[in-house]
Design a protein around this ligand. Structure first.
Ligand code: PLP
Length: 401
């Protein structure tokens, strides 16, 4: 392979010694096997040719680990997968066409008829909907747990429980799960653990080092970082998990385009600089909101007053740009009028790009177990890379804070 370096002992020794931030700039590329060019090329293909029938035979046997056919990935896909696997401390990564396809492919890889799975009730709603509407159609028992109540997880586990799916923090209300305790519960019973790690990214939390089996990233968000790419990444702890998920992805026909993989890999190069900026601006804004009389509550786990703060400190080495807050004002009409006055913060789904976003959200209707009882409109914001003083002025003017 043109780009692959994983097999080289020298490289492995180097990777162990260097820090993660440096590795973000090195992982998944090898300029001197590529005409000295800094970034890997975008390989486009459907067909891969074999020199003779012997090589064809070998390719069939080894199809999940080499160029084989376009749907199985190109060297551009492999460069991204190799880079992410190193940052995530995983065995191997599988790139998919979106964050949501990474989630559905991972769940489908392990769940069969009559299996029971547990999903945090605070998880990204499309994940919950996929489980309750589609997995259940195929005879999987889908159950939701309250991430703040370990006893409720223990009580729900039965002999058929195959998988626990976490999201920490939850991306609307920012509950942090006691991941180590959940892993302990799962390991005793040989239950597979998965986590949606899109908020923290592997830079601020390493799920696999903590003992989680599968770490999922909506690379659409911080990894690509420019609101111009749909991409998902699944990193596995070992070969067995990798082969199972790769087989499912290929069978379902999911494959990200090489252009998307290139953009994901390019995003990785600047992830540490971008995240540091998102982190500090978001914290500055969150602290100001927390000390303002017109604000009822700020849901940011890195604020010491937040109920998730201790768990945040236990697991995360940094926070990012996404958090929520609730105003004391409860009139939806009045709040919507204020939102419409914003000039820099724009209304829109998603997050993780360079630009600031705001979204009124209503967790109450999405929750079955972890009931949401806060009155007032929850406003979720993504703090982008603009000058933080401009962002503060924009928000404080529009909301008359
Ligand atoms: C956006 C998002 C996803 C889904 O990613 P897509 O690329 O939009 O499919 C999954 N999990 C979380 C927490 C997200 O915010």
């Amino acid at each position: 392979m043109v780009l692959g370096l994983n097999g080289e002992l020298k490289r492995k020794v180097l990777v162990k010694k260097i820090k993660k931030i440096t590795n973000l700039t090195l992982a998944g590329r090898n300029p001197f096997k590529n005409h000295g060019i800094v970034n890997p090329p975008i390989y486009r293909t459907s067909t891969v040719l074999f020199e003779n029938t012997k090589e064809l035979g070998e390719a069939i046997k080894n199809r999940f680990n080499r160029t084989y056919y376009g749907r199985y990935g190109t060297p551009t896909t492999f460069a991204l997968e190799e880079g992410i696997a190193q940052i995530e401390n995983g065995y191997k990564t599988i790139a998919t066409s979106s964050g949501m396809s990474s989630i559905s492919i991972s769940l489908l890889s392990f769940l069969s008829k009559n299996d029971h799975c547990l999903i945090s009730d605070c998880t990204y709603y499309p994940t919950k909907k996929f489980a309750s509407k589609i997995l259940s159609k195929f005879g999987v028992y889908v159950d939701f747990y309250d991430p703040k109540n370990l006893d409720s997880i223990k009580k729900k586990i039965n002999k058929k429980t195959k998988l626990i799916f976490m999201e920490s923090p939850a991306s609307l209300t920012f509950e942090i799960e006691d991941i180590s305790e959940i892993i302990k519960i799962a390991k005793k019973r040989k239950i597979i653990t998965m986590i949606d790690n899109s908020w923290a990214t592997p830079l601020y939390f390493s799920p696999i080092k903590k003992g989680i089996d599968i770490s999922i990233l909506a690379a659409t968000k911080y990894i690509s970082g420019h609101a111009d790419t749909m991409l998902g990444l699944i990193t596995t702890k070992n070969e067995k998990l990798f082969l199972k998920i790769k087989d499912t992805a290929v069978s379902l026909g999911d494959c990200p385009g090489p252009q998307e993989c290139y953009l994901g890999l390019r995003g990785l190069r600047t992830l540490s600089a971008r995240l540091e900026n998102h982190r500090s601006s978001a914290l500055k804004l969150a602290r100001l909101l927390e000390n303002n009389d017109k604000v009822l509550k700020v849901l940011h786990p890195a604020l010491p007053k937040n109920e998730n703060y201790d768990l945040y400190c236990k697991f995360f080495s940094g926070s990012t740009g996404l958090f929520s807050f609730i105003l004391k004002e409860t009139s939806k009409i009045k709040i919507y009028k204020m939102v419409d006055k914003l000039k820099i913060f724009k209304l829109g789904f998603s997050w993780g790009g360079y630009e600031s976003l705001i979204l009124p959200v209503f967790p109450k209707s999405e929750r079955k177990i972890a009931k949401w009882n806060e009155k007032g409109v929850l406003l979720r914001i993504h703090v982008g890379l603009e000058d933080v003083d401009d962002l503060i002025n924009d928000l404080f003017n529009a909301f008359k804070l």
